[in-house]
Structures are given as C-alpha cells and as structure tokens.
Design a protein around this ligand. Sequence first.
Ligand SMILES: Nc1nc2c(ncn2[C@@H]2O[C@H](COP(=O)(O)OP(=O)(O)OP(=O)(O)O)[C@@H](O)[C@H]2O)c(=O)[nH]1
Ligand SMILES: [Mg+2]
Length: 524
Amino acid sequence: MSLTKEIQKRRTFAIISHPDAGKTTLTEKMLLYGKAIHLAGSVRARRNQRSTRSDWMSIEKERGISISSTVMQFPYNGHVVNLLDTPGHADFSEDTYRTLSAVDSAVMVLDAAKGIEAQTKKLFEVCRDRGIPIFTFINKMDRPSKDPLELLDELETVLRMEPVPVNWPIGSGESFMGVYDLQSQDVHLFDRTSRNQTIAPESITTIDDKRIKYKLSDYEQETLEGQLELIEGLGMEFDPAQVLNGTQTPVFFGSALTNFGVELFMNAFVEVAPPPAPYETETGMVSPTDSEFSGFVFKIQANMNPKHRDSVAYLRICSGKFERNMTVKHPQSGKQLRLPSPYTFFADERHVVDDAYPGDIIGLPNKDFAIGDTLHNGKNIAFDAIPRFDPEHFAMLRNMDISKQKNFLKGLRQLEREGAMQVLYRADTIQRTPILAVVGQLQFDVVQARLETEYNVKTQLEAQPWQLSRWVTGSDADIEKLPWGYGLVKATDRDDKLVALFRSKYDLEHCVERHPDVTFEVIH
Ligand SMILES: Nc1nc2c(ncn2[C@@H]2O[C@H](COP(=O)(O)OP(=O)(O)OP(=O)(O)O)[C@@H](O)[C@H]2O)c(=O)[nH]1
Ligand SMILES: [Mg+2]
C-alpha cells in the first residue's frame, strides 16, 4: 500500500481531562469496541484495584489513578488508531504535555456532573496553542448530571470555542437510556451488560419510541422536547472543516462505564479526526508524505516489563516509512544507528513490527536516547524542543539499606532519564545524598514506590525548603560573589553543571538584579 494511503488511515490522538473524568475507562471501552479486547477490565477487578489495560504500573493499580501516559495501537473501522491515555493529575502534567507533542488530535473528557474543571482547561489551552483539533465526550451520563445545555454554555464561555452537539442524551442518571443523533435523527437505545464488560446491545429507533415515554418522567420528557426544540432552533451546524481549524468542538454524550454512546463517538471520531499533520522543525516543515524517514522521542519508560527490566524510548514517526533494521541518523549522539527491534505498543505489551508509518508510535530499546531526540535518514533536521517544566519541590532521598546502593543509584539514573524527576547533588558539602527536584509532590511518591517495586530499594524522603533551581554561568569570580550559604545553595546536576537552589522567587529576582554578569537559566 502506498505511503499516502497508510498515512490517511492513521489517527493519533490523546485523551485528556481533569483527574477522574473517565479517560482510562473510556480508553478501555474504545479497545472493547475496536475488538482489541473481548472483555473490559479483563482481569476481574479486585476490590479497590484497577484492572484496565492502560493503568499497568502497580502504583496506578493500587491508587486507581493514571501516572504515566500509555500508548495503544489497534485497528478501528479500517483505520489504524494510536491512542494515548494520559494522566489527569496536575503533578504529572509534564508527562501529559510531552504526549500532546506527539498527537494530531485530542479527545477531551468531561464529567457531566462537574463540567470543565481546572486541569481540563489547562490541557485544553495547550491543545489550542498547538492547533490540535478537540473532540468532546461528556461522560458519566449514567449519574446525575448538569443540564446538557448548561454544559454547552460552559464550553463556549470557558473555552471560547463553538461546541456543536452531534448527539443528545436521553434521560440522565438512572434514566439515561441512550442518545439522539441530531444529524440522522435516529435514536440509539442501549442495554446494560453484566459488569459492563461487553458491548452494550443497541436498538436504533425514533424519538417517539414508546420505551422513551415509558422510562422518562413527564418532567424529563418535557425537558427533552424543550431541549431538542432549542437545539434545532439554534441551527448549529457540525462542520468538520471548522473542527479541524479549531473553531468548533463536536460534542458527544455517553457513559464510558456502561458503554452507552462510546461506539457512536468512536465511529464519528475516526471519520472526522485528522490524519498525521506536518511537523515544524528548525529548518522548516516536515510533511508526513516526505519519503525520508523522520521522528522524535517524546517519552522514555523503564521497567514496563518486569521480566526484562529494560528502558524503552517512544518515537513518534513524522515522515516516511519506517522499516525494521533500517539505519538512521541520531544527531544528538552523532551516530548512525541500526534499529533491529522496534515495537508497537499495547499498553505494557509490545510486539516487534516490521514497518510503521507517520502517526505511528513505536518503541525502541533505549540505550542512547533522551526525550526530544530526533531520528532521521535524510537531510539534517531537528524537531522543536519538548518543553521541560520548572521543578518547584525539592527533597533529599536517603537509601535505607546501604547494601542496595548500586540498585539505588541505577534506579535514580533510569527514572531521571525517563523525566520522572531531576536529580541534583549538593556541591557545598561532602554529603552525597541525592536531591530530587519535581514539578508536583505526587512525583516523590511515585519515585519512592517505583524504587521499591522495580529496584527493591526502600527510601526515606526529607523535604527541603528550596522552590527554584537555575543553571548558573559566569566567570568564577562573579559566581563566587553570589550570596552562597545565605539561603542560596550550590548544587550540581547529572552533567556536573552548576545549579543554584533558591528559597523563593524573590531571592532569585534579587540575585538576578544584583549580579548582572551571572546568568541564571531554567534547567532543560
Ligand atoms: N458512573 C460512572 N463512573 C465512571 C464512568 N467513567 C468512569 N467512571 C469511574 O470514575 C472513576 C475514574 O475513572 P478513570 O477512568 O480512572 O478516570 P481517569 O480520567 O483515567 O483518571 P486519571 O487518569 O487518574 O486522571 C472510576 O472509578 C471509574 O469507574 C461513567 O461513565 N460513569
Ligand atoms: Mg486514567
């Protein structure tokens, strides 16, 4: 098949939202409707334990939250879908932001009872800045929800985008029974299934079906009629071109838990969502149809498979065809690399692939790569850098068992390469206790839990008062004049570069003002 045809089939997207809106549940149900799994939550859930595909880390299962983005590739209605389930918690937003650099569209999930929450808005803004089309799925309609019209209003005022409902919920909470397709005017009614594990039986009917009257109260029936009249009166036109240029977001209602509306959403999504788009590089745009292969690493993950304990680099292919065993340039190391064992992902499962196309996300056994690296086999290019966040929390991390020191240091090194945290050391004492620097507090918990499960090392954390870190450059004499010791601490990073740790933004501003010959730069 030609390169163009393969590209046209690809849909690479991220699912984003505030914590707990149902991203991982929706992901699981998309896999179910894509027939990539037969039973949702296939390993039966133990009490309080997750058993979804994409939350595979033990700490994710224990806490029922997503910590790290997961990639799943599967066929859907003649398309090849690369789905990235992202963590909602703000403490892990660096991971989510990196993931957004690798996708062509995003599915924004809202909890129908809550509407647009803080984190959803933030992530939405990143998508808008990157010009990524956004599809909205209003989830949890099986529970008491806000008025759907109010939710649309919120989308319009908060996001400044035109929300266009593609379907409309029939009932809500207990009475939620299906959706009305505003284009075809068909009504889709669903039945629940045992533990919601299998595809929900569906019947297609019309809005005057007796079952609707029977199940809805008179008040609900009147409300529904009123809403539909209003919606039709507004004459909102779902226009795929406006979705692609970011002025419209199509809105779908459903319940990921009970599977209602998931298939309708997915069917419409793969039709309208864009195929892989061109990427900007320092030397101009790279089009997916360029015959020369190129891609960039946006994520590194160690220990996905407990049996292998290895590290994998996630590569987004931007142009050309990728073939197993091909030799590519890796400008960051100046080496030519042969790639004998690329994988395709299905959460923590992976399979060797022989070829892959733009939009695909493949895994490479990781020895030499860092986040943001480029691979290509044509003229020299470099993709735009992936932003790094400025850490705001610092803590000393002590290894509790000195006989495990080697594992401890190896674990720290690997987790730092993943971008799970930064590791610094004090340069003003002989003490060699690592300092962890993170964007959000929960990252500390994750590092500790992962050191314990993946490296068998128990650690103790000691919070530190610093709030900011900066690379420091200048002449030795100028650097010595900084107020070291007075709340300002001298440290080094993994490359032995000098880092200053500040207790407050004010302290930093003060230093910048007083020491114009010294440069303070965000660590990246
Ligand atoms: N009633 C109801 N509950 C749902 C629905 N979808 C998800 N949930 C529940 O909401 C909780 C959170 O769901 P997740 O899918 O883990 O949410 P998430 O958005 O992936 O959360 P993070 O990844 O931690 O941000 C779980 O207990 C789900 O069972 C739904 O449609 N209806
Ligand atoms: Mg999740």
